[in-house]
Every structure is written in structure tokens, then in C-alpha cells.
Design a protein around this ligand. Structure first.
Ligand code: COA
Length: 431
């Protein structure tokens, strides 16, 4: 089939009222198609949008679009937060590993998938580029696929290939991808957290990193480690230096030895250039990457994630601030559990001890309405800039004292009082 492109307006003309539209995520957010669809706001009604993290502009949640589009998000990113917390949006709490099931089992069946892909190769195959994650099950099940083919989308190796002939319509662009440089966000506190975590990581460990500056801070303190491997839901620039210096070789991984395995990536142009047509990076569907049965096969899996709030018993709130939807479940639980199941694995929750406004993030009780993403039974290590708490096998009173120890000193008195009120002043005789 010859490759032919159309205009964004014609490409989105396939979308009808009452359909469900999947939007490709992260650095692959197909912004031109979204703007063209927003222009159709007076022609369509009740179009449901589903996506995980999206980056850049999201014109479909603007005030003028609210009458036509409903954002039913599987993860809450900054550009849709207001809509999701209003009457014009909703949030579906779900493990990243299970989103594919929603599409494949027609629980949230996709009518139209709007995606952004790399240019076709000599055989007509494009790739899902920086985000294979849940885009793969979406395109495999969608009735119609509309593609934004971007000259600058890296051609990635792994499972994200899709033939041009599958597209009902395609547009051709030459647009820079959205960039995030987490290294710029690393503060002294994150550096200290990174330093503590590096002391828990042995050579030949397999790493998973969550979202934010802490993962990159950890990676920066691993220069002297040897033969680390990467099997992670997502990664950013932090791994590039470790690959160059030889600290990351992936040599001892049991699954995909020699390769970085991930489901999506977000970073700077340097990262996008590095992964382009590079067989050292293998991108797969999140249902595979985040499957605990796959994760646990690798040796010494270290899972590093972060949260918004943690109660004194170890319950983790990571997707909301009280009842305000802030983020999502993502792959946090998938990897915390996968790490615990791997031989020598360590699930780690890493957080600054305080918010920017000076409130303790370690609290007697989670805020009213807060969502628990990782349960207290899943928790092993908690790390703040004040040290490492080990919760596994500890009773609730012991956990409370262990967590108070790594809370900010300004809050010790309040936490002490809360512990005494809840658990009495009896101190357990054993460590
Ligand atoms: N009370 C009130 N506000 C709080 C808070 C608390 N306890 N903790 C954080 N906040 C606010 C911060 O001030 C900040 O506000 P801003 O948006 O106005 O700047 C915001 O919440 C985010 O906090 P921050 O500490 O900067 O978050 P982060 O970038 O380190 O990300 C999570 C933390 C929890 C949002 C992120 O790790 C996440 O989304 N996790 C869930 C998904 C996941 O873990 N996936 C893992 C695999 S990728």
C-alpha cells in the first residue's frame, strides 16, 4: 500500500459522537491531532477520552470543549488535572499492568486510537516510539487508528511495531517531542535520599525507577556500581551516564540480558536520539513489563517509587491529595510487589520528609479522601533525607517509631504525641 498523508482536519473526521477515543501518552502525545479534534467541538457530543500520562497542551479539556468531550483518565497528569477534578472528567484507579485488559476485554473498548509514531521503514513499519505501554493494546483493539507520523519520533526496538496499512488516516509532521529534564529538579534533599538508597543497592541489581527527580538522583549516586540492569516501566536521562560509564551493563538480567527493558520513556532530545534505532533499548507493552511474574525473574530487583503522603503504619498515598486527584496508580504496586518477589529484591518508597510548605509527609493518618496506592503489607523500605526505615515484619507500633525516626525533626514532637495516643507509651523490647 502506498504511503499517503492527509490533513489533521480530515484525519480526525472519523471520530463520531458517543465514541471512546484513546490518546497516546507521554512524549508521544499527538498534539496536532488533538488540536484538530478540538476544532470539531460543535460537531460532536459525548466523546469519551481515555489516556495515561499526556504531555504538552491538551486542548480537549478547555472550557469551550467541555460540552463535547469527557476526559475519563487512567492516570492524572498536570494538563488534565483540573478537568478530572471537575464534572467534565473522571479518574479510573488501575494498575498500569491491567489497563490492556480494559481494551482487550472490551471493558473500555476503544473506537478510535489517536497515536504518534515514527516514520515507516522500507517495509512500511512504523513504531510506537517512546510509548509502547498501553498504546499497544489500544491499537491492537481499536476499530480505527489515526496516526501522527513524526519525523522526530525515535524508531524504537521491542514490540511496538505497527504497519502503515493499519492506519485509517495519517498526517506527517516534523515536530520536536516534549522534553523533561529531571536532573534540573534534583535538590540537596533528593541528593541525600539518593545517597541513602545507593547504600541499599548491590552490584548486579535490576533497577526500576518511578516518576520524578528522586530516581535520577539515585542513578547519579550509582557511578561506582557494577553490572546493574534496568527493567522498568519508565526511564529518563539518568541511565545514560551509567550506560556510558559501564555501571549499567544489563549483563546479569535473566529477562532480556544486555538490554534496557521499558514500556515508555520521557527525557530530553539527547535521550530520544540515544534510543533511536538502538537495539540496546527494548520497549514492550506494560502488561508484560509490569507483570510481577516477569519482574521477579530478574535478580535483586530494586523498585524505587515515591508518594504524596505516608501514614505511620506504612500506608502509601500516591495518587491524591486528600480527595483531589493528583496522579495515578501507575506501575507503583506492580513493581513494589515484583521487587519483593524477586530473589534479593527490595521495594523502596522514597520521599522528602516535608512538603515545600513545610508539612510532614509522614503523618499519623492520611488526609480524608486520600487513595492508598501501596498497602502497608507491601512495604519494606522507606527512605527520606533523614535515613532508611525498614518496615517489613514490624508491628504497627514499631513501624510508627521507625518512621518517626526518618521524619523531619520539626515534626518529631507531634508524631511522638500521635504515636502515644494511638499505641500507648509502651516500647516493644526488641529491635
Ligand atoms: N500534602 C499536600 N500537598 C502535597 C503533599 C502532601 N502531603 N505532598 C506533595 N504535595 C504537593 C507538592 O507540594 C506538589 O505541589 P505542586 O504541584 O503545586 O508543586 C505536588 O503535590 C507534587 O509533589 P512532589 O513531591 O513534587 O511530587 P513528585 O514529582 O516527587 O511525584 C508522585 C510524587 C507521588 C506524584 C509521583 O511519584 C507519582 O505520580 N506516583 C504515582 C505513580 C507511580 O508511582 N508510578 C511508578 C512507576 S512510573
Amino acid at each position: 500500500m502506498p504511503i499517503s498523508y492527509t490533513s489533521p482536519e480530515k484525519a480526525v473526521s472519523f471520530i463520531k459522537s458517543h465514541q471512546r477515543v484513546f490518546i497516546h501518552g507521554s512524549a508521544a502525545t499527538p498534539t496536532r491531532l488533538l488540536y484538530a479534534l478540538a476544532e470539531r467541538r460543535d460537531e460532536v457530543q459525548n466523546v469519551e477520552l481515555v489516556s495515561i500520562t499526556t504531555l504538552g497542551d491538551m486542548p480537549l479539556v478547555s472550557e469551550e470543549c467541555q460540552k463535547s468531550f469527557f476526559m475519563n483518565s487512567l492516570f492524572v497528569s498536570a494538563n488534565i488535572r483540573k478537568a478530572v477534578n471537575s464534572d467534565h472528567g473522571g479518574y479510573v484507579p488501575i494498575f498500569l499492568s491491567e489497563i490492556g485488559q480494559l481494551f482487550r476485554n472490551n471493558i473500555l473498548g476503544v473506537d478510535v486510537a489517536l497515536i504518534q509514531v515514527s516514520e515507516p521503514d522500507a517495509h512500511g513499519f512504523c513504531t510506537l516510539g517512546t510509548s509502547v505501554d498501553v498504546a499497544k493494546p489500544a491499537v491492537e483493539t481499536a476499530k480505527i487508528i489515526v496516526a501522527q507520523v513524526n519525523k522526530r519520533m525515535p524508531r524504537t526496538h521491542g514490540d511496538g511495531h505497527i504497519h502503515f496499512s493499519k492506519f485509517s488516516a495519517a498526517i506527517h509532521v516534523d515536530d520536536p517531542l516534549p522534553e523533561i529534564n529531571y536532573a534540573e529538579k534534583i535538590s540537596k534533599i533528593e541528593k541525600q535520599i539518593g545517597y541513602h538508597i545507593s547504600s541499599l543497592i548491590e552490584d548486579r541489581s535490576t533497577l526500576q525507577m518511578g516518576i520524578g527527580a528522586i530516581p535520577d538522583a539515585v542513578l547519579n549516586s550509582l557511578e561506582n556500581h557494577k553490572d546493574l540492569g534496568i527493567h522498568t516501566e519508565m526511564f529518563s536521562n539518568g541511565i545514560l551516564n551509567l550506560m556510558k560509564s559501564g555501571a549499567v551493563t544489563n549483563a546479569y538480567k535473566k529477562k532480556h540480558p544486555g538490554k534496557v527493558v521499558s514500556s515508555f520513556t520521557v527525557g530530553t532530545k539527547e535521550l530520544y536520539d540515544t534510543i533511536n534505532d538502538n537495539p540496546e533499548f527494548s520497549f514492550h507493552e506494560a502488561a508484560y513489563v509490569n507483570d510481577t511474574a516477569i519482574i521477579r525473574k530478574n535478580p535483586k530487583v530494586i523498585s524505587i517509587n515515591s508518594c504524596l503522603e505516608l501514614d505511620l503504619t506504612g500506608q502509601v498515598c500516591a495518587d491524591s491529595i486528600g480527595s483531589y486527584h493528583y496522579s495515578g496508580v501507575g506501575g507503583q504496586m506492580d513493581f513494589m510487589r515484583g521487587a519483593a518477589l524477586s530473589v534479593g529484591g527490595k521495594p523502596i518508597m522514597a520521599l522528602p520528609s516535608q512538603t515545600k510548605k513545610g508539612a510532614s509527609k509522614i503523618v499519623p493518618f492520611l488526609k480524608e479522601g486520600a487513595g492508598v496506592v501501596t498497602t502497608r503489607a507491601h512495604m519494606h523500605y522507606v527512605v527520606t533525607e533523614y535515613g532508611i526505615a525498614y518496615l517489613f515484619g514490624k508491628n504497627l507500633r514499631q513501624r510508627a517509631y521507625e518512621l518517626k525516626r526518618i521524619a523531619h525533626p520539626d515534626h518529631h514532637e507531634d508524631l511522638d504525641r500521635a504515636i502515644r495516643e494511638r499505641f500507648g507509651s509502651y516500647i516493644y523490647p526488641f529491635r
